[in-house]
Design a protein around this ligand. Structure first.
Ligand SMILES: Cc1ncc(COP(=O)(O)O)c(C=O)c1O
Length: 380
């Protein structure tokens, strides 16, 4: 099987990730819940993972790295914990539903006002729009670092400067970029960075989190057991416990920690270059095939390793099925939880077939995928 759905989740994990999960499942107690070796081992493993994430994203301290199940949970914590009735939020057409739906719910239930920076037919935005949309009650800019549909990157450093200039919170969805792009929270002026562990970070599903800048105070979204201050009626105020009620996914976090070691060994830039080389090989070939339409901005390699395309007017789900059944190639059709992006690309009816590459894909696999696209396009 040729797996080209890495933007959904990376299927091939480094062996050390699998070993670390198995090892944790046979040895790890519940972190912060006891003084026996197994609990202490869990606490230490989790703390080490916080430190590695702090280093990777230039977060202010390990306690300001909070674990969640995924970036959806992280985004819900950040958005619901920071944005209140009457606030105005600026976001973009590139967003995933894990940004859009929490914001739409606040719009409906709390009179939060929303403005969208529009994307053009290539999925590109005009950065001046952020500043033009600012109102007296603007509280935050919430946006993705990269579109999960086109792979286009947003210049978060530039957006961060606008947020800083106007005293706005800046919440970034790094689901598609964590592990494959350098991210420096401090330099990019990011207030809250939300990430998921199972995509570019190559960790297990059920891992993710948020990194929180020093000045930012998030109201907990869930409260409950913390292992400390048990007689207090309220959730402990200290991070990370304030936002981590309930037993953490220690087994998954142990795997994520091993994945971070792998990324540190290989290097974020080397991973990105390998993935982009595969993407470029695929893009250069498929764009020449009659009947193929490719979406997104390929004028730069400063992008994610994603190619979304359609073949003639075939339904994207039918094409993806043929790729899976006849060619054993895994891709993702449909709407990709990115409704506004599809509206901008004018692909809401057809959807698109997304090919996304990982460091473990090969040139041979890319060639086979190109041949498959060519064959489908020629069978009119
Ligand atoms: C840009 C973007 N944001 C958020 C998410 C949600 O990630 P998760 O399902 O891991 O919470 C995804 C996953 O597809 C994504 O691509």
């Amino acid at each position: 099987m040729i797996y080209l759905d890495n933007a959904a989740t990376t299927l091939r994990k480094p062996q050390q990730v699998i070993d670390a999960v198995v090892n944790a499942m046979t040895s790890m107690g519940n972190s912060s819940r006891g003084t026996h070796d197994q609990s202490i081992q869990a606490s230490m493993a989790i703390f080490q993972c916080r430190c590695k994430l702090m280093q990777l994203f230039h977060a202010p301290s390990p306690d300001r790295v909070v674990f969640t199940q995924n970036s959806t949970e992280a985004l819900n914590i950040a958005i619901n914990g920071l944005i209140h009735a009457g606030d105005h939020v600026i976001t973009s057409d590139l967003e995933h539903n894990s940004v859009l739906r929490p914001l739409y719910r606040l719009e409906q239930e709390q009179n939060v006002e929303l403005s969208f920076v529009p994307a053009d037919k290539k999925g590109c935005i005009n950065y001046d729009d952020f500043e033009a949309l600012i109102r007296p009650n603007t509280k935050a800019i919430v946006c993705t670092h990269a579109s999960n549909l086109t792979g286009n990157i947003l210049d978060v450093k530039r957006i961060g400067k606008i947020a800083e200039k106007h005293g706005l919170l800046f919440i970034v969805d790094a689901s598609q970029t964590a592990g494959v792009f350098p991210i420096d929270m401090a330099e990019m002026n990011i207030s809250v960075l939300c990430f998921t562990g199972h995509k570019g970070l190559m960790g297990p599903q059920g891992t993710g989190g948020l990194c929180i800048a020093d000045h930012v105070n998030i109201r907990p979204w869930k409260v409950g057991g913390s292992g400390v201050q048990s007689y207090s009626k309220t959730q402990p105020a200290e991070l990370p416990t304030a936002l981590e009620a309930g037993t953490l996914n220690g087994h998954g976090i142990a795997g994520l920690s091993a994945a971070l070691d792998f990324i540190a060994e290989v290097g974020v830039d080397a991973i990105h270059q390998k993935e982009i080389a595969l993407m470029q090989q695929f893009y250069d070939a498929v764009r020449q095939i009659d009947g193929v339409t490719v979406y997104g901005d390929f004028s730069t390699t400063n992008r994610c390793a994603i190619v979304a395309l359609n073949i003639h007017n075939y339904e994207s789900s039918a094409v993806s099925d043929v790729l899976a059944v006849d060619y054993d190639i895994a891709t993702r059709p449909g709407a990709h939880c990115a409704p506004r992006m599809h509206q901008a690309l004018e692909t809401t009816e057809q959807g698109a077939v997304r090919f996304s590459f990982s460091i473990f894909n090969t040139e041979e696999e890319v060639k086979s995928a190109v041949d498959a696209v060519r064959c489908i396009a020629q069978q009119q």
